[in-house]
Ligand binder design. Structure first.
Ligand SMILES: O=C(O)CCC(=O)C(=O)O
Length: 254
């Protein structure tokens, strides 16, 4: 990507709280990521802690919907997170060194893939200042049918909205007063092709619809980077995590 191209994406990110970069990775690279994901699902997932592996239906392995902390569980994904064009882009968009926080795998299995509730990632992060970026890399075609991501541009310029429990595994908190008139008027859907990248600010409101298709999956990789000066409220974060794990256990979801 040229320097002026990068600056154009940064300008859009600052203005709207999100940017869309078509073909950020090549088809060859996407195939390589897919191949390594298949390997991880076969060989690494069985020994990952239950709170990092979410299924829509725990009894059905084909309903795998989310993996957490991929970068810590596997060297290939570790490098993709820490020493890669994704990290460089995060540093440019946030104008700072960054902390590599989480790499996630997202799928919405056909028929059972639920909506992603409207939320602001910063609500989960518990950082101050609330300066972080989430990247979302499409691994296959994503559209209205199988649940593309939708954003409210410029919502990062406002404050944190009230959140409450959603009961959705992997997206436990959602905005309780969504949609207001502003949300309805401004929401934009982002269909994507494999290799396209979406990047959004931690305050940008987003959601995704369910996978309504009969036989298409909806696979993507998420990468979260905090700005270097963002300080985590470790007590609040630990309390939130243990509450969440207790809830997931009680509902027998993990
Ligand atoms: O994959 C999705 O449905 C949404 C992902 C998301 O909310 C995020 O990466 O912050």
């Amino acid at each position: 990507m040229t320097q002026s191209g990068v600056q154009r994406y940064k300008h859009q990110f600052d203005l709207d709280g999100l940017t869309f970069i078509p073909s950020f990775r090549s088809q060859l690279e996407i195939a390589d990521i897919q191949k390594n994901l298949d390997r991880v699902i076969r060989l690494v997932v069985p020994s990952m802690p239950a709170e990092h592996v979410f299924y829509e239906d725990k009894q059905d392995q084909s309903s795998l919907k989310q993996l957490q902390n991929l970068h810590l569980h596997d060297a290939y994904f570790g490098q993709l997170m820490t020493d890669s064009p994704f990290r460089k882009l995060a540093e440019t968009l946030l104008d700072s060194k960054v902390v590599c926080k989480n790499m996630q795998y997202f799928n919405k299995p056909p028929k059972s893939g639920l909506p992603t509730p409207p939320h602001q990632d910063g609500y989960y992060f518990k950082i101050s200042p609330c300066e972080a970026i989430t990247m979302w890399l499409a691994l296959e075609p994503v559209d209205h049918e199988n649940g593309c991501v939708r954003y409210i541009p410029k919502s990062h310029l406002k404050s944190m909205r009230p959140h409450g429990s959603t009961g959705t595994l992997g997206f436990s908190q959602g905005i309780t007063d969504f949609p207001n008139a502003d949300d309805t008027a401004n929401e934009v859907a982002y269909p994507a092709q494999p290799g396209d990248l979406l990047a959004h600010h931690a305050l940008t409101i987003h959601r995704a619809t369910a996978n309504h298709s009969r036989n298409r999956t909806r696979k993507a990789i998420g990468l979260i980077y905090y700005r270097e000066d963002a300080v985590e409220d470790l007590t609040a974060r630990a309390a939130y995590k243990s509450e969440l794990i207790a809830e997931m256990n009680a509902k027998q979801r993990i």
